[in-house]
Ligand binder design. Structure first.
Ligand code: NAP
Length: 288
């Protein structure tokens, strides 16, 4: 790398805009053909300000793409059984094509039990064990949105994955684990790191592709990025800071996602695209 090297930015905002435009066209086509507009149900427990903002943002994007949204706000005192009932009712409601349970749902609720109440054909956020299974087996189904968005970004920038060393830092069921499975499906050699990993920097130094999915500001230092590596920063920490130290990493990486404007917008774009896909599948055969 020359001393003045600067990585190319992976523009998630631009790619997400194009995905949402294509999604809006598909949504309009379904509405016109069947008389039914695709509909996403958003479920929010409590009033955590970040979660409220995320849900508002997702609903606003839905509206722009011609997707209806139905919001169900539940009090923080909601029990697991009550939340499961709500999600089960939405799973059976023919007017609803996709379901988003905003997470984390907060203490006192069994989040996994809640996720599993979402019918697989409406799991447009890709959070159920069914979706993880179909994704891992390469079968039709919905992917977890952030991993799906990351794979689209890699594809958009022509990143070759076959035979490459991919290091995923983080192993959560909705982000780290599934993105590793998607990279594996494209023949990358995948290493997962987590809070118990010994010598994280040494492993990151070997990576052709680094996916940071932790939630620790600037955990990955530029000095540990292999020259020419592709760096995907899914982390989002207070103050618009990612999990990668952007200023130092960009002097060594070939491609890097900015925070914000990298992975974040892609997550919502995939959510909308999968909602319209779900509507297309559920409205198949309907004529308006
Ligand atoms: P999470 O459920 O808290 O998982 C964090 C993972 O990081 C865990 O696997 C944990 O390991 C690992 N970890 C924690 N400290 C570590 C350390 N010092 N070294 C190595 N690994 C460590 O978080 P998440 O839901 O996956 O989210 C991760 C980040 O992505 C957050 O910043 C979140 O805001 C962001 N995010 C962004 C989007 C988006 O749309 N851009 C979407 C979802 C999440 P253990 O398993 O050992 O505990």
């Amino acid at each position: 790398m020359s001393p003045t090297h600067t990585a190319q930015l992976m523009d998630g905002t631009g790619l997400a805009r194009r995905i949402v435009e294509a999604t809006a066209t598909n949504a309009a086509e379904i509405s016109q053909r069947t008389g039914v507009a695709p509909c996403l149900a958003t479920v929010l427990v409590g009033d955590d300000p970040a979660s409220v903002t995320y849900v508002r943002m997702k609903r606003a994007r839905c509206a722009k793409a011609g997707i209806r949204s139905r919001h169900i706000g539940l009090p923080a005192s909601t029990t697991t059984a009550e939340l499961v009932d709500t999600l089960t009712a939405l799973s059976h409601d023919p007017q609803v094509h996709g379901i988003l349970l905003q997470h984390p749902v907060g203490p006192g609720i069994d989040e996994r039990a809640a996720f599993e109440a979402i019918a697989p054909e409406k799991d447009v956020d890709g959070v159920t064990m069914h979706s993880f299974g179909t994704m891992s087996f390469g079968l039709p189904g919905f992917v977890s949105c952030t991993p799906g968005g990351i794979m689209r970004l890699l594809d958009e920038y022509g990143v070759e994955l076959t035979g490459k060393q991919a290091v995923v830092v983080g192993r959560s069921p909705i982000l780290g684990k599934p993105v590793g499975m998607l990279l594996l499906a494209q023949d990358a050699t995948v290493t997962y790191c987590h809070s118990r990993t010994a010598d994280l920097p040494a492993i990151v130094r070997e990576a052709d592709i680094v996916v940071a999915a932790v939630g620790r500001p600037r955990l990955i230092h530029g000095q540990d990025v292999k020259p020419g590596a592709v760096v995907i920063d899914a982390g989002y920490n207070p103050g618009n800071v990612g999990d990668v130290d952007f200023d130092t990493a960009r002097t060594r990486a070939r491609l890097i996602t900015p925070v914000p404007g990298g992975v974040g917008p892609m997550t919502i774009a995939v959510l909308l695209a999968q909602t319209v896909e779900a509507a297309a599948q559920q409205c198949h055969g309907l004529v308006g």
